[in-house]
Design a protein around this ligand. Sequence first.
Ligand SMILES: [Zn+2]
Length: 400
Amino acid sequence: MDLRKLLRAPTGAKSGNRLRILRTVMIKPGNQTEVYKRSNLSSATVSEAVKELEQSGHLTVEQVGRDKFVRLTPTTGVAVGVELGFQETVVVARLAHQDRNEAVTRSLPIGVAGGESNWLARVVEGIQQIVYSFGADAGGLATLGIGVPRMIRPRTGEFARPLLPPWEDGTDPAQAIAGRLAAVDPPVVPRDMPFPDVLVDNEANLGALAERAYVHPDKEMLLYVKASTGVGGGICAGGVVYRGGSGVAGEIGHVKVDRNGPFCLCGGRGCLETLIGSDALVRHARAVYGGQTARIRDLEHLIEKARRGNALCVRILREAGTLLGQTLGNICNILNPDVIVLGGTLSTAQDLVLGPCWEAIESTALGAAYGNGLRLEASAIEYASAHGALLMGLDGTTYD
Ligand SMILES: [Zn+2]
């Protein structure tokens, strides 16, 4: 069976429901009761459709205790997700019937900060290689999702205005990747098959999507914060990423935390990103070392030094955790999340950041907003945004 055939546009309500269930199981196989919850369909609809899809050979159903475990039968067509970071790009790929832990990952030491003339060819090559690695029998590229830094307008897939660096007028990373990828030889899509639409969203939104699908399927309100070079956030409410009217929802990095703080590239002042983005943290540390770059190479190096007990680095991370927590505490009063997942490089500092962050949430948010089981944790998914991009492709790609 080929993934492209499964993702054909539905012709009626019944085929629409079947497609909904297939997509739900592609995202993650699971017990039928869980599939029913995640698909937002009625239990009777799911049970009838699962039976039909089993009979038609699309799903395998295995009795486990009183429940049934549902998974997709082996499928051709590679699903790819790309996380275009400022400094690093990550490509993940799997077949639709495979689990997340079977996905292949490729990390490229190049990001969008280097400009399109530098990253585009390398990223396309990375996608090519990962698709080829599945072999000719795997059916080539079938879905492709891209996560990018900065805000994306819902529905149109364009950058929200004003454009923030490194993006410029007329840049369209999804189209640029599609254009070049469609021309590679040997082709990534068999010549008799259509090239998939390339879907794009903000990387933190996709991180939220992956965390909800893979780790917290039962959480009503999930907030994902990615803190690396930039600081972004994604909100997943009832399993759906909430993007807001023009794609700005979740932009925690541009919440003002210091009215006299540094100017930000968004045009604001004292934004959280200007104070806890990796450039700022590294700059703070270097200031103490008289600007010597060798003493603190980057945020990873700063975190490593803090782990080894360097008091300056510990302090910088603690203060970053506190500022982040104060901001999150205010957001808790508005969104009332069940779980806040911290991703990005800053999250690898674990308790050095999470400890002070939690204390600041407690001293900022309403008791009811954190006292009823709110969880704060570091992301357990390596490259959550890349996995979210892959899921967006599986969930949103349709073939005529
Ligand atoms: Zn800003």
